[in-house]
Write a protein that binds this ligand. Structure first.
Ligand code: PXP
Length: 244
């Protein structure tokens, strides 16, 4: 298996379904175990301020029960910083968060928040947590991420995935390509994610400077029809095919 391009599985929406009924099932930690068995390279979970899907207990259990690296998605708040410093996940991806949004709608405003983000990135880095900033695919934002010491950026692929196939999507893809090339030029590790599906993953996976994709919602939805292992295996197959 070609793991030069890592696949991080986001299990948030297993928790969304669980929380719709307020009980214990489906269990996102069980989903993480299945993802591990299906060859995932990491597990991603977003602990939101309003705990609408992943809960504090889920994070605790993921740390205790799952051997794969955990990528904790979190807003740049004091509460989340304290939680991350307590659990010390392998990685933390800093995302913008608005209470009323349905999902993460855009990249982090790194340029506008340099002063607040810099110590945040520093404290997590000092604790041994690999910090990534979820950003729009624009070179100027990558430069800002670099300037505050973030070792990793995750390029927001949402606009590319939402764009109409054809010229509009090609334009969005060109932005991702340019940003990924710029990451390689300035020495930032480059990840990508948001909204990726079987139809949209391959062009992104073919960009050699991108080393990790984080994918969730589509795979959880596909699991309803084919099972979680099979949906992850097919995503991996497409990624490997695009890379080779
Ligand atoms: N990366 C980041 C930073 C995200 O916020 C999300 C959504 O939680 C994803 C990747 C995965 O997006 P999706 O669930 O649409 O695959």
């Amino acid at each position: 298996m070609n793991n030069a391009l890592r696949l991080g599985i986001n299990i948030d929406h297993v928790a969304t379904i669980r929380n719709a009924r307020g009980g214990d099932t489906p269990d996102p930690v069980r989903a993480a175990k299945i993802a591990a068995d299906a060859g995932a390279d990491g597990i991603t979970a977003h602990l939101r301020e309003d705990r609408r899907h992943i809960t504090d207990t889920d994070i605790l259990r993921l740390c205790d029960e799952i051997d794969l690296p955990l990528n904790l998605e979190m807003a740049a708040t004091d509460e989340m910083l304290a939680i991350a410093l307590r659990h010390k996940p392998h990685a933390a991806c800093i995302v913008p968060e608005k209470r009323e949004e349905r999902t993460t709608e855009g990249g982090l405003d790194v340029i506008g928040q340099l002063e607040t983000l810099k110590p945040f990135v520093g404290q997590l880095g000092d604790a041994g947590v690999r910090v990534s900033l979820f950003i729009e695919p624009e070179p100027i934002v990558l430069d800002a991420a670099m300037s505050i010491g973030a070792p990793v950026v995750e390029l927001h692929t949402g606009a590319y995935c939402d764009a109409k196939a054809g010229a509009e999507r090609d334009r969005e893809f060109a932005r991702i390509e340019r940003a990924a090339a710029h990451a390689a030029d300035i020495g930032l590790e480059c990840h990508a994610g948001h909204g990726l599906t079987f139809d949209t993953v391959q062009p992104v996976a073919s960009i050699s400077s991108i080393v990790e994709l984080n994918i969730g919602h589509f795979l959880v939805g596909e699991a309803i029809f084919v099972g979680f292992s099979a949906s992850i295996a097919e995503m991996r197959r497409l990624m490997v095919e695009a890379r080779t």
